[in-house]
Every structure is written in C-alpha cells, then in structure tokens.
Design a protein. Structure first.
Length: 363
C-alpha cells in the first residue's frame, strides 16, 4: 500500500494596508534556520515594493545576491482571489514540481485582498492533494484600529477623529477588516509599542468580536515573533473556511473592494529623507490616502531608502545599495480613495520645490 504524499503546509498572511505583513514576513524568514520556504508576494500597485524589500534582505537570492528562480514569486493585479486562475494556479503548479525542495510556503496577500476566496482555492483537487493551509495569520495595525479607522459607526470615535479626512469610518474598510479577521486562525496585534494598556485592551476586545473563542490574539512589536508561534498550527483552514462568516457570499464578485480603492504612483527628486516624508505627509493631509510606500534615491546616498506610511505615520530605512544597472529614482505608490494622479503629482512637485527653495542659501 503506497504512502500518501506529504502535503506542504501553507501560511497565509493577511491584514490591511500598512499593518506590518512584510515586516512580519521578513522576521519569519530571518529565523528559517535551514527551513526551505517558498514565498508568494501579492500586491496592489505597480512597483512590486514588498517583493523588492524582501529581495533587499537577500530573500530569493543566492549567497552572491543574485536572484534565484523559485524562491520568491510575485503576483500582480493586487488580489490573489482575483487572479487565482491566471497567476496563482500556475505558481502553485510550479511549486508542486519542486515539492521535494520545499518545506513550507508563505503567502503575503495584498492589504486589500479578501482572504476567504484564496483559502477556498486550496480545495481545488490539484491543489488540495499537495497543499494544506497551516494557518491564516491576520496582522492588525493596533494604532489604526484604536483610532477608529475600521469602525462601522463614526459616532464610536471622538469628534477630532471624525473630522480627520484620512480616517474612513464606513464601508469598505470596516467590512474588509472584519472579513480578514473572520478568516483568521491566529491574530497578530502589531505595533503594541505604540499603544498604552487601555488602548491595547480596547483593540483586543474589538478583534475578539469577529473571531472564534479558540483563535489567539498575539501582541507584537514590529512583527517580531518566534517562528513556532506562527508555524505548525495545523489548522487545515481550507476544510472549515466555508463555515466562516463574511460580508460577501461566494457568489460575490471578488474584485469588489478593488472598485473602492485607487492606486497611483508619484515620483520626484527629494533632497533629504525629511523632505520626502514631509511632501508625502502633505498629500496625506489633503487626500484620502491610507497607504504610502516606495523608494527614494537621495543625492550622494549610495543606498536605497524605503519609505512607508500609514495615514500620517511614516517610517523609513536604507535597505540596500543601488545597483549599477538600475535607474536611481524616487517613486511612491499611494493607495486610497478618489485619487487623481495628475493632482497628486502636481502637489508632490510643488511640495518638493517649496522645500528646495526654503533650503537654498540666501544670496
């Protein structure tokens, strides 16, 4: 009697824009210790920033820094559930061909993706026989949740927050947030270093409303968690995913949320880190932008600067040296609602110009 083939465990990492999914993934990979992990990165936007960040850490590269086929896959069009047949299925087939060299698969979904259709895809016969969903890990941006960004009722937050144009208190954000939670086998409450005890307790209570009692909420700072906390949960999520509630039934168009969000790219030549962040902050103050993320090429700086922001909170770091064969350019993906790329580019240019004029020495 033949022994059935081992199913390769898959961890799906989901969570809203800016919750810290890529940072969590980087920490997971840094602890691999010989575990052979294939990574699928999916993004909403045209720059492939998360995949680039992972490559900058040596993920998907050999010891010399050259990219290796089969370690890091990138899917475009923003949503795995929308491109399952076009892109996801061929990638999974390729992984089946390499199953003897893979111990685990990590999938980072777009921050705008509905996780349920993706997990349902693991019930397809050709995928079900080779893979099982070890767990759906939902990452929550603690400060964003505490601010009321995902609240259904705007009366639930204070007047100052209600007047903030950068916070959305109605659909689609709160529905997407709840759907990502309802699919979770584990919730990572991230950025707890930015929350006091009462705020953390309030956010945990908010999360608990949308998850079953057995699903744990694990606090984290900068996505730093030990690998055993995240892997080996053996949830077989594909077997129970249909029982989990969501706002969009199986017959619903899975591209629904993408109709509600815009993704545009702005470029420029900031002179300093502070200047780039200040210009992006001005855009966030004037427009409904939930997420800003990209790379800056600063004058006389040999390394590429990663800048990412959620609302008006920005952070940045140099991730790697610019290669001689690549164009040094500063480009940023902005994701939000009702975004006009022409207007945004004009305002970004004006902000950078004003900073340059202010920094110019007086004659």
């Amino acid at each position: 009697m033949s022994t059935p083939m081992r199913k390769i465990p898959v961890t799906v990492i989901t969570g809203f824009l800016g919750s810290g999914k890529t940072t969590l993934l980087r920490h997971m990979l840094s602890q691999a210790n010989g575990l052979r992990i294939a990574v699928i990165v999916n993004e909403f936007g045209e720059l492939g920033i998360d995949g680039e960040i992972l490559k900058g850490c040596g993920i998907g590269c050999d010891e010399a820094g050259n990219e290796q086929a089969g370690q890091l896959y990138e899917l475009a069009n923003g949503c795995l559930c929308c491109t399952v047949q076009e892109e996801f299925f061929p990638v999974m087939e390729a992984l089946v061909e390499r199953r003897s060299t893979i111990d685990h698969v990590l999938i980072e979904t777009s921050g705008l993706a509905l996780p349920k259709p993706l997990v349902q895809a693991f019930n397809w016969p050709s995928i079900r026989n080779s893979f099982t969903v070890d767990a759906v890990v939902t990452v929550v941006d603690g400060p964003a949740a505490a601010s009321g960004q995902f609240a259904d009722d705007p009366n639930a937050v204070d007047e100052q927050r209600k007047r903030d144009p950068n916070l959305d208190h109605e659909s689609p954000l709160h529905e997407l947030f709840e759907d990502q939670l309802s699919s979770a086998d584990l919730v990572v409450l991230n950025k707890t270093d930015l929350l006091d005890e009462s705020a953390q307790a309030a956010v945990s209570a908010l999360i608990r409303e949308d998850i079953p009692p057995h699903v744990k909420i694990v606090p984290a700072c900068n996505g730093k968690l030990d690998l055993p906390v995240l892997l080996g949960l053996n949830s077989a999520s594909e077997a129970t995913i249909d029982e989990r509630p969501d706002h969009h039934g199986s017959g619903h168009d899975p591209d629904h949320h993408h109709d509600d969000f815009d993704s545009v790219i702005v470029s420029g030549s900031p002179a300093t880190r502070e200047g780039a962040i200040a210009a992006l902050t001005q855009l966030v103050e004037r427009h409904t932008i939930y997420r800003a993320k990209g790379f800056a090429a600063l004058p006389n700086a040999p390394m590429r600067l990663v800048i990412q922001g959620v609302g008006q909170r920005f952070d940045s770091y140099f991730d790697r040296r610019w290669r001689e064969d690549e164009l040094r350019a500063s480009k940023f993906v902005l994701i939000g609602e009702d975004l006009d790329v022409t207007v945004l580019q004009r305002e970004f240019d004006a902000a950078l110009s004003a900073q340059s004029a202010a920094q110019a020495p007086a004659l």
